[in-house]
Design a binder for this molecule. Structure first.
Ligand code: ARG
Length: 580
């Protein structure tokens, strides 16, 4: 498709230049009225006015000349001077036969590295829907970048080092004061099993947090324990290791369900030893300075329209915080991997933090001047009431609960359809949740409507899986024909041509989704392709077609649809079941 479109654009540009109309870039876009045209050119009107033509007159000249091209079947003027374009069937088919070549071209190795930080679950806090979005979007963007030829390194960046760690220590001590971890003089061997379960942990932190807000002495104690943990007090470190592991178990299960994995499983704590020398270095070079006991870096710029407060490197109590570990982490990542770009996939409420972090990193030369730093943000997943997602009793909705709800709903539906296989239901449930999340524009808030997202019809995970499984099952029924030897041919079958017209856009979609870091573009495309495929399937006898040439063309089309959906679903980290 890319080739066909660039050919038309080039052609229009030449026509305009021959008319002495200066134009840099001609853009042909998908038609907004598919019943009238496949593609359209909307630039004639503005150019006509500037160059002394009547808009429709100029559009007509363009159409007449376009008709000289054998790959165009019709070019007509519409409305005030729009140019409507339809391609020749054989040109379309030729293009689709070159699909793999076009995709390979886009996916050529780039020798350019992107470091991507996503997921970011916090130890001792329930995994909430914000983490679900970060995990899904991050995984998709990582796979997309890899697919189009970039080197990618991913890290989960666990939240395992801030004040909440001291709070959990204090909470465990309140419950089990006699544990040896708290005895500074203990010389023996520490227990190797966490005294608290991951379930306990979900309660301990909120409980102590609420209590400490009312109790200054307890808050001081939490601060002190955080500080001592970070300084390496042995008993605290040993206990911390145990509850971190305990708390991560359910998180890792959720990631497995979502088909999300990382190259590095590091955390805020990983760079702890780098913090003291970093603070020293920043102060020595006068990049950071002391302000009311805290160590800060000024990051306000003259052109700022909003106030960008100083970046806090170290709090006055000496404890490392979110900003501290992020700065030390970027420094270490740069040293170890020197990527060309960093991507941080987070909730849009963190954007100020990342503006500060990025400026501080550049100012301190902890990354190269040309290193590009991006915060790829996303909006909130809300409940049906339009407010942040809550459980029935008003608590924060944990991802695990959400997963269970989707599983229950999907299993019920699948059993209704005669599918009993638990593994299949699990794959479909995962696809449901992921597609629901990813099909929204990343930046906007959206409403999680379980009935809508689990529907077997409409723009849903189950629907696109269903279409793919259907195409695969047709192919599985013809063992005697080598599909690779089959060819698409020009057939008078509107539904068939419609699938071709959709499928051809695949390379363009791949490029566009990457350029815009927008996975919803992929979801829309896969949905449209599936839709056109289902329509074709409903209207066309494929396996019983008696004309062998037609039959082979239809099979080839099934193969192409299956291959395209597989490629894109893999980018979205959605698995395809064998049957449904
Ligand atoms: N743990 C953080 C949170 O729950 C997200 C971490 C994002 N990554 C980072 N390097 N700051 O909000």
């Amino acid at each position: 498709m890319i080739e066909l479109i660039t050919n038309v654009e080039e052609k229009i540009k030449n026509i305009l230049n021959e008319l002495k109309i200066d134009v840099d870039k001609v853009q042909v876009v998908e038609s907004s009225r598919p019943e009238l045209a496949q593609y359209q050119y909307n630039g004639a009107m503005a150019l006509a006015n500037k160059n002394g033509f009547k808009p429709q007159e100029l559009a007509q000249i363009i159409c007449d000349k376009l008709m000289d091209e054998e790959y165009i079947s019709s070019a007509t003027v519409a409305g005030a001077g729009f140019v409507n374009i339809k391609f020749n069937n054989s040109a379309l088919i030729n293009q689709l036969n070159n699909l793999n070549k076009e995709i390979d071209k886009i996916c050529e190795p780039k020798n350019y590295t992107i470091f991507i930080d996503y997921g970011g679950p916090n130890v001792a806090k329930a995994l909430h829907v914000g983490h679900l979005r970060s995990a899904n979007i991050g995984e998709g963007l990582k796979r997309l970048a890899k697919k189009v030829g970039y080197e990618v390194i991913s890290d989960v960046h666990f939240g395992d080092w801030g004040r909440q760690m001291g709070m959990v220590l204090a909470g465990i001590q309140e419950k089990y004061p006699d544990l040896p971890f708290f005895d500074e003089n203990f010389e023996g061997i520490y227990p190797t099993k966490s005294p608290v379960s991951s379930k306990d942990l979900e309660y301990i932190y909120p409980y102590i947090n609420a209590k400490a807000k009312e109790d200054e002495a307890l808050m001081d104690k939490c601060r002190q324990m955080t500080y001592e943990l970070q300084k390496g007090r042995k008993g605290y470190v040993e206990l911390w290791k145990l509850f971190v592991q305990e708390s991560l178990n359910p998180v890792l299960d959720a990631f497995k369900f979502l088909n999300v994995s990382f190259d590095l499983y590091e955390g805020e704590s990983t760079c702890n030893d780098l913090i003291a020398p970093m603070v020293q270095d920043l102060c020595d070079r006068n990049i950071a300075y002391l302000s009311q006991g805290a160590v800060v870096i000024d990051v306000q710029e003259e052109s700022d329209k909003i106030e960008v407060p100083p970046f806090i490197v170290l709090k006055s109590d000496g404890a490392a915080m979110y900003s501290t570990t992020d700065l030390a982490t970027i420094m270490s990542r740069h040293k170890r991997f020197s990527p060309n770009e960093f991507w941080y996939v987070t909730d849009n409420r963190q954007s100020l933090h990342f503006i500060q972090l990025f400026r501080a990193s550049h100012k301190a030369h902890y990354v190269d001047d040309e290193t590009k730093l991006y915060n790829l943000t996303f909006g909130t997943m809300n409940g049906k009431d339009g407010k942040p997602f809550k459980t029935r009793d008003g608590g924060v909705m944990s991802v695990l609960t959400l997963i269970e709800n989707v599983k229950t709903e999907i299993t019920k539906k699948m059993q209704g359809n005669g599918v009993e296989d638990e593994k299949v239901c699990e794959i479909i449930s995962s696809a449901t949740l992921k597609f629901a999340d990813l099909s929204n524009n990343r930046e906007t808030d959206f409403i999680f409507d379980i009935d809508k997202f689990c529907a077997l019809e409409g723009k849903t995970g189950p629907y696109v899986l269903y279409s793919t499984v259907r195409a695969n099952s047709v192919l599985n029924k013809v063992s005697s024909i080598d599909i690779n030897e089959c060819k698409l041919v020009d057939i008078e079958n509107e539904a068939y041509m419609d699938v071709i017209l959709n499928a051809m856009k695949a390379p363009m979609i791949l490029q566009k989704a990457f350029d815009q870091k927008a996975l919803n573009i992929i979801c829309d495309f896969v949905f449209n392709l599936s839709n056109s495929f289902n329509n074709f399937y409903a209207k066309t006898k494929i396996l019983t077609e008696s004309d062998e040439i037609k039959k082979r063309a239809y099979l080839k089309l099934c193969k192409i649809v299956s291959q395209i959906n597989e490629m894109f679903l893999d980018i979205l980290a959605i698995k395809i079941p064998d049957k449904m």
